[in-house]
Design a protein around this ligand. Structure first.
Ligand code: 13P
Ligand code: ZN
Length: 288
């Protein structure tokens, strides 16, 4: 029998070839997570991320190697609450529930984690770096990722945040009518239509974190929107990466601010005309 050598190190994550952070030696994965951290900082600076408000998930499956696929779980198998057939074996970076965007901006792997969707397509396990439980809005995020994969969409990121002026709009039913807010927001400044070309879909109030909210979000995205408003709560946006999703919300909220400033100056803003907006659609080959 072999003598136990007291100087022999115990098996560690390093010993398993895991490294102290999953990001080490993986520049593409690190770049995605750093983008999440940068956007989290913007959300805090904009005042859209009070306490733990908002969440981000990114489908990083294409950046995962065999070593990652072998990594052991660092937490329990947890049900998602939905069965999502296109997510089998997928990997996501997820903001942690109750974690603050302003903390995530500096320490993304302490305020979020990477999860693996298991073969039953109905549960997940955390694999790195720390056992940080994913956001309470995971049903909406994962259901939307499942929908996007099924459609063959190149979109890999979803972002939920609480932009003050856009949320304020939803406190009047006038703006909850289909495409009424979209038309007003597009007409405030030409860039809004160019850079949020599908407009703002509307979802009536539903319990945060519920499967019902997840299903309504998918129905609205399927109605051809990239950005969806959750009444009296916040915005949910999808795009190729988290920076692009942020940009779509940012241009919409800029338009809401211009509308409010005009009203504060004592006038109802004229808005661009229908002809001016149709000209934008033609000039920039926009979908609507
Ligand atoms: P989490 O902290 O669970 O991500 O929740 C924040 C939020 O905005 C819920 O809608
Ligand atoms: Zn929220």
């Amino acid at each position: 029998m072999q003598e136990i050598n007291v100087t022999t190190p115990r098996p560690t994550r390093e010993g398993l070839g895991v490294g102290s952070s999953i990001l080490e030696g993986r520049p593409a994965l690190r770049a995605e997570v750093e983008k999440v951290a940068e956007v989290a900082g913007f959300l805090w600076q904009k005042g859209w991320a009070e306490r733990n408000g908002g969440n981000i998930t990114v489908n990083v499956t294409e950046l995962v190697d065999d070593d990652i696929r072998q990594m052991p779980a660092i937490g329990p198998v947890t049900p998602i609450g939905l069965t999502l057939p296109h997510l089998k074996g997928c990997y996501f970076y997820c903001k942690g529930t109750n974690m603050r965007m302003r903390d995530l901006a500096r320490r993304p792997m302490e305020n979020g984690s990477i999860i693996r969707i298991l073969d039953d397509c109905a549960s997940y396990e955390m694999i790195a770096d720390n056992p940080v439980r994913p956001t309470s809005e995971l049903p909406s995020h994962l259901a939307v990722h499942d929908y996007l994969l099924a459609k063959g969409s190149p979109y890999r990121a979803s972002l939920h945040t609480h932009p003050i002026e856009l949320v304020a709009l939803t406190h009047s039913q006038k703006w909850m009518e289909k495409d009424v807010a979209t038309r007003m927001l597009w007409s405030m400044i030409p860039e809004t239509k160019a850079f949020c070309p599908r407009g703002l879909g509307m979802v009536p109030y539903m319990l945060p974190g519920s499967n019902e909210l997840a299903e309504a979000t998918i129905r609205t995205i399927d109605d051809d929107y990239d950005v969806v408003m959750w009444e009296k709560h916040g915005v949910f946006a999808v795009d190729v990466d988290v920076m692009a999703a942020f940009d779509q919300i940012d241009v919409l909220n800029k338009s809401a601010l211009i509308y409010i400033q005009s009203r504060a100056m004592g006038h109802e803003p004229e808005g661009m005309s229908d002809e001016q907006m149709a000209e934008m659609t033609r000039a920039f080959n926009l979908p609507k």
